[in-house]
Design a binder for this molecule. Structure first.
Ligand code: PLP
Length: 440
């Protein structure tokens, strides 16, 4: 394969060296470290394209890890933010736009009887777990291997593993910390299981339900392989939570506003007790929402459970959410995103096969995963070790060199501003890269 051309990134390299003197690791989020050949510096994004300081332009399928469902800098969102900012930034008080956003979310999201707004997905996950503990009086929660729920202490175990063996037995998996610095109580209060295994879940909940306040899950396992739930899995999980009085939390930080206006819960027809939204809700402006059943959310109304935040629901972010949702309500938007995503998945399958590569593409269209593997299906985190990650890394570097920006771990996002010409250009680049990288 041709050597990546690192002089393409000379200006980024210089800025990255400078950044390391003032930003830890040169970045402000762990995930931004993993870029080729080092973190790049970007100057602007417009539509489906993003440009770096070296003047390289990329067709963007990272969409900033998901938020940019309308692409970079959509005019209607920018105008709404400009107008709202001119009215004031934040009031430490209520305002009409926030009320309108809450009413809109209640009308769209099946589980949303009441809401609270925050800034990030991580914060709302934290609030959801606190609510579940308060409501049930139980100390622990159950999460699934490889799901990502943000970086806070309570969910910073069970996210990653060096290899499949490190995970231990399926029935009693090892809870692997993702970071140093976690309090010991995290291990005491967290149960972890492989996902998509209803029989195992049934057994575990039957044995341990008295300890469990909540089960938290991504409804589609976007963060590891973009794995859909097996038929009946979410329905079974819902029924078990009902049976044992456990709060069911859907982490819709990726799926929310990406798979449809009502999130995965509307699309898949399973309603959780609580759900967390972020990312695509405001096309890149920092706002998130905790939505849930009145019986649980009332604990916030009563002040029995505390959720707060100086910066919550500021004018510009709320306006961005309202404008984003208004744009997503246009009838042709989701059908187009799905069609383009499915076309791209199919095209990538064909291009890989033509070059002799075995790949697996899984996902819904608006977001999907490409992995090099001979498996026909990957249905849980343990099976994701079958993906040839170095090969995907080589593929994504090759794509970057041809002006297509991808997330290095295999997840792809499509926006409402990608066009058929962009899919054509991406497939042309992929055809070259598949041919360029060795089959084994
Ligand atoms: C499913 C899921 N939940 C929670 C989070 C955390 O959200 P945030 O990065 O806004 O804190 C993420 C972020 O990637 C996510 O993918």
């Amino acid at each position: 394969m041709s050597e990546p051309n690192s002089s393409r990134y000379a200006a980024s390299k210089e800025l990255f060296e400078r950044a390391q003197h003032v930003l830890a690791g040169g970045v402000s989020s762990e995930f931004r470290k993993f870029a080729h050949p080092h973190p790049l510096f970007f100057t602007r994004g417009a539509g489906a394209r993003i440009e770096d300081v070296d003047g390289n332009e990329y067709l963007d399928f990272t969409l900033s890890q998901g938020p940019l469902i309308l692409g970079h800098s959509p005019a209607s969102v920018l105008e709404a933010v400009r107008e709202a900012s001119a009215d004031g930034q934040i009031f430490a008080g209520q305002h009409l736009r926030e009320l309108e956003l809450a009413e809109k979310l209640v009308s769209l999201i099946p589980c949303a009887e009441l809401l609270r707004m925050s800034l990030s997905g991580s914060e709302c996950v934290h609030a959801a777990l606190r609510l579940a503990r308060a409501a049930t009086g139980r100390p622990k929660f159950l999460r699934f291997e490889g799901h990502y729920h943000g970086w806070y202490d309570n969910v910073a175990s069970g996210v990653a593993a060096a290899d499949e063996a490190a995970l231990g037995s399926r029935e009693n998996p090892n809870l692997i910390p993702w970071t140093e610095g976690l309090p010991a109580r995290v291990a005491e209060e967290t149960l972890v299981l492989p996902w998509n295994d209803l029989a195992l879940l049934e057994q575990t909940l039957s044995d341990r339900h008295e300890e469990l306040a909540a089960v938290i899950t991504e409804p589609v396992m976007c963060n590891s392989g973009c794995i859909p739930p097996k038929p009946g899995f979410l329905e079974g999980l819902r029924a078990l939570c009902d049976q044992y009085g456990i709060v069911l939390i859907f982490d819709e930080v990726i799926t929310g506003f990406r798979v449809g206006l009502g999130g995965a819960q509307a699309r898949l027809g399973v309603t959780p007790d609580l759900a967390v939204f972020g990312k695509a809700m405001a096309n890149g402006y920092p706002i998130s929402a905790l939505a849930g059943k009145r019986s649980l959310m009332d604990l916030l109304a009563q002040g029995r459970v505390i959720h707060a935040g100086t910066m919550n629901s500021g004018n510009p972010c709320v306006a961005a959410a309202l404008a984003t949702i208004a744009a997503l309500e246009e009838p042709d938007v989701y059908p187009r995103i799905y069609r383009l995503g499915e076309r791209l998945m199919q095209g990538l399958r064909q291009a890989a096969a033509a070059a002799g590569h075995e790949v697996l593409l899984q996902g819904l269209g608006p977001m999907f995963h490409l992995g090099f593997t001979s498996r026909e299906q990957v249905s849980e985190f343990r099976e994701t070790f079958a993906f040839d990650k170095p090969k995907y890394a080589a593929f994504s570097v090759g794509m970057q060199e041809r002006g297509v920006r991808l997330i290095g771990r295999g997840l792809w996002y499509i926006s409402a501003v990608h066009r058929d010409e962009d899919i054509d250009a991406c497939l042309a680049a992929a055809t070259e890269v598949f041919t360029d990288i060795p089959e084994q």
